[in-house]
Design a protein around this ligand. Structure first.
Ligand code: 4FM
Length: 245
């Protein structure tokens, strides 16, 4: 997969390709990360990329021309039909299903804005999707773009080993993860649940599923509402709630 990010801070974005899972994916050429700087596409001597907003008010707006030129350069290196995504709080909510959809694409263009926003006409002419990580305001789209890259790249075939892939299973099924424990067996009177020391793999799997269902019910009922629990899952959730009280 070829991912191209348009950003005024290219070195900030390229660091995502130097560490951890995404770094390994890039080294193994399962993913290539490119960054295009609108400043390199500005036509004036000062290389201007921003200007004052029509109608007045505080802050600056990213100019149409250099951003459009950078997006076209970014698209030029990708197969036709790859989505161009703008990260902003006004976008559709990003989730695991969207990450899976992007992971099926041969390429992806991500526009990371700065200042108060981009000229609205860019959205009409160059952007396929506006996507938000959540209801909060960042200083720019770079960190949001990096989060999208991380979530997408870990889904690409061959990027994760078998152990790491298994860890994704819970959220892929639309549930929160179960609790995790490692040595020592007791910390200041807090003991690891007995079932995890039993060696009974079927019982452990059942306990983990129950915890995942129970935590999802208590913390994120919106996630559970989207699911159609089977009889086994409903029984586990009922047991969890009974054990709670
Ligand atoms: C976006 C700053 C565009 C400046 C931002 C511009 C955000 C979010 C976010 C800040 N992105 N989810 N929440 N971006 O806050 O995705 Cl021009």
């Amino acid at each position: 997969m070829l991912i191209s990010v348009v950003s005024l801070f290219p070195e900030m974005v390229s660091t995502i390709g130097e560490y951890g899972v995404v770094g390994r994916a890039q080294q193994r050429e399962l993913m290539t990360l490119e960054v295009e700087n609108p400043r390199d596409h500005a036509s004036d001597a000062h290389r201007t990329v921003d200007d004052r907003p029509y109608g007045g008010g505080p802050g600056m707006v990213m100019k149409y021309e250099p951003v459009a030129a950078a997006l076209e350069a970014a698209k030029g290196n990708l197969p036709a039909g790859c989505p161009v995504v703008y990260l902003s709080p006004q976008g559709q909510a990003f989730d695991q299903a969207m990450a899976q959809r992007f992971a099926k694409m041969p390429g992806l263009v991500l526009l990371a804005g700065r200042y108060e926003g981009i000229d609205e006409r860019l959205l009409e002419s160059h952007i396929d999707e506006e996507v938000s990580l959540g209801d909060f305001v960042l200083s720019g789209g770079e960190i949001a773009a990096m989060a999208v890259i991380d979530a997408v790249v870990r889904l690409l075939p061959g990027v994760l080993g078998d152990d790491e892939s298994a860890v994704q299973d819970s959220f892929m099924r639309g549930l929160l993860d179960h609790p995790h424990y490692t040595r020592p067996e007791e910390i200041a009177g807090r003991k690891v649940p007995d079932v995890l020391l039993s060696g009974d793999h079927a019982r452990i799997a059942r306990w983990r599923q129950k915890q995942a269902l129970g935590r999802s019910y208590l913390r994120r009922p919106d996630l559970l509402e989207k699911l159609d629990l089977d009889d086994e899952q409903q029984t586990l959730l009922d047991e969890f709630l009974k054990e709670q009280s």
